[in-house]
Design a binder for this molecule. Sequence first.
Ligand code: GLV
Ligand code: MN
Ligand code: MN
Length: 412
Amino acid sequence: MTASFHEMWQELRPLGRNSATGGYRRYAWTGADTDCRAWFRAQAEARGLAYELDRNGNQWAWLGATGHQDVAPGEAVVTGSHLDSVPDGGAFDGPLGVVSSFAALDELRRRGAAPAKPLAIVNFGDEEGARFGLACVGSRLTAGALTPEAARELRDADGVSLPQAMERAGYDPDAIGPDPERLAAIGAFVELHVEQGRALDLSGDPVGVASAIWPHGRWRFDFHGEANHAGTTRLEDRRDPMLSYAATVLAAREQARLAGALATFGKISVEPNGVNAIPSLVRGWLDSRAADQETLDTVVHGIEQAAAERAARDGVDLSVVRESFTPVVEFEHALRDELSTILGKTAQRPVPVLGTGAGHDAGILSGTVPTAMLFVRNPTGVSHSPAEAAEEDDCTAGVLALADVLEGLACR
Ligand code: GLV
Ligand code: MN
Ligand code: MN
């Protein structure tokens, strides 16, 4: 691990960490997020980089420019990731990319490599969508993939709206909106990320390049039944939404298995949530992903149909809302191949090219900006959990690979 990486990692490590679970709770616009943002700004300033906060609350650190307004269209080379987490997330998903970006810049300086193009490091806000339900809010707003009007409607579990949360954290929610000039300044965005599977572990490679992101989305299933006494209501008199929900979870697994896709109910809310009461409402969130759009549509349609059939049998009313969707992303071939060529020179063998089912800000930007990703080996393959991992040597390999890429893209 490079010295600067190690130091940054130690500083970031305690921020937002829950000591009971060992997982991170760095939700957008909370105190832990504020601490991570202060850390980012301090890293930028310690390196003499120009710090900039954009209209959507994303943080930027510029070398060779004071902001995108100084940059000719397509000139900037940008790297970075996010610092927020899922509930009890691992240490690496997001922070590995941000810390590696600063460490790669340190490595370029150590090499005496002088960037001929402006370089920037970015921390995109609210990538995981853990608080407001929608992933990649910062990059979506910037890319115009989320309108300010729709963003203002987002609410957390306590009913706090996104503008209220931003305001409480000291940001101006009236400023949010698309930022096309900023994106036009970017000639290449490269996001380094911990791998969220075991492909690199199995192939024996520390670093890989991304090919594509599966299409994915989130759907909210509301099962409305009738609250009643758990001890006195005959089974045949119940309208129990938990039954319909349970059958839907099983159907999701079956549909996904048959299609070679993924379907997960990972979040649920129950009303009134009493041990001795039949619920009046069970709300479950489905996350589903597949290699192609047609398969994803088939899986989700199958799950909706199974839910509707079971709800009808249980006397339960069902409504399904699609809360977010990200179409398939095929990373730009020219940039991807350039990365493979740059990395192949050092690795002296072809660098693996991998697809992923995980969403990323790089995927959101890819519609507008040439975008690529580097993955760093994760020996557990686990992600969105405290068991997420990366070995020190692989973190170093990631930093050096990113430095090679930045040097190749910006220093010529
Ligand atoms: C983000 O990590 C996602 O894939 O949901
Ligand atoms: Mn994630
Ligand atoms: Mn991530």
